[in-house]
Design a protein around this ligand. Structure first.
Ligand code: 3HC
Length: 301
């Protein structure tokens, strides 16, 4: 639970300073949980508008967490929000975030852009800095293929919304050292997550399983077997999921969903990940789900 965020680590190699590259939804969530745990955080993004938005959403979400932790105690809530918020710096310059214990990359899901980022960081960061990618489905090995510190590199895959979802997938590549792996596991625990370990495989555990489930739900709607509402009610009440598959796809973003599926199809060849005409149609119409105001459902913007 949330209270575990505050247990400080005693290990010699404990990670105390963190940089998050990418100020989007995932990046700001990761920054938030690290700041809540007492760590000094820097968020780097080339887009300064996005950094402003990230700070705003972090403040809102810190308040939600604070309210839950300190029910009704306004003074405690305010100091929790303020102290956590003050631990987060933002910058548009990569150099400002290079000298830290851990750098987590959460930028656009494009292999060459990620590779270029890590290659640059490898040049400007001190030797002890651990690098991790938050990619959902690109090969962790491929992303880090150009860096020298392969022993100090792996995957740290969070789930949306980061402050709420309790899981962290720790991806151990063949080249990840035992020391780095242990430091990543310990850090995950320090930010309040339960860590599981997975090899560098397409979609790791969660997306590898969620992909076929969600794809079949979309095909079910496409075939007209059941309505969107009934498919979602079915999985919430019949299988105990917090959201139905179509609601969840809208929540994650249909553009992201399409990307994950096509990437998984390319990597695994499993026909379950094949393109789905209904999904492609929605995306081509700019219906990306909740963030664009419409997907399988309509939303107030
Ligand atoms: N920050 C802080 N707190 C938040 C939050 C956020 N961003 N979003 C929600 N919360 C809190 C709320 O304040 C609320 O707190 P309370 O219990 O004290 O009232 C609690 O979480 C529940 O939120 P809501 O009442 O608004 O709504 P729900 O009960 O429906 O919960 C949900 C929302 C947590 C998103 C839940 O529906 C859920 O777990 N959905 C499934 C999400 C999921 O599967 N995510 C994984 C997607 S896959 C992925 O991320 C991988 C990537 O690679 C694509």
């Amino acid at each position: 639970g949330l209270t575990r965020n505050f247990s400080s680590s005693t290990s010699l190699n404990a990670i105390k300073t963190v940089t998050i590259v990418g100020g989007g939804l995932m990046g700001s969530g990761i920054a938030q949980v690290a700041a809540q745990a007492g760590q000094n955080v820097t968020i780097i993004d080339i887009n300064s508008d996005l950094l402003g938005k990230a700070q705003k959403s972090i403040q809102t979400n810190l308040t939600r967490v604070g309210k839950k932790l300190y029910k009704g105690d306004e003074a405690k809530i305010n100091s929790f929000v303020q102290e956590s918020f003050e631990r987060i710096k933002v910058s548009t310059k990569l150099e400002d975030g290079a000298d830290v214990d851990l750098i987590v990359e959460a930028i656009v899901e494009k292999l060459d852009v990620k590779q270029e980022l890590f290659n640059k960081l490898d040049q400007i960061s001190p030797a002890h800095t651990i690098f991790a990618t938050n990619t959902s489905c690109i090969s962790v090995n491929a992303i880090g293929s150009g860096i020298k510190r392969k022993d100090k590199y792996g995957g740290l895959h969070f789930f949306n919304p980061v402050p709420v979802m309790r899981l962290l997938e720790v991806i151990k590549c063949d080249s990840t050292s035992e020391e780095t792996y242990q430091a990543m596991m310990e850090w995950g625990k320090s930010v309040g997550k339960t860590c599981i370990t997975c090899k560098d495989t397409p979609g790791f555990v969660v997306n590898r399983l969620l992909g076929p489930y969600s794809a079949e739900a979309i095909r079910m709607l496409e075939r007209g077997d059941a309505s969107a509402e009934d498919i979602d009610i079915a999985m919430k009440l019949g299988a105990g999921y917090p959201m139905g598959p179509l609601e969840l796809a809208d929540f994650t973003g249909l553009d992201t969903k399409t990307f994950v599926l096509s990437n998984m199809f390319e990597k695994t060849g499993n026909p379950v990940f094949k393109p789905i005409p209904l999904l492609d149609k929605l995306v081509s119409e700019g219906k990306f789900g909740r963030k664009s105001g419409e997907g399988f459902y309509k939303y107030d913007k």
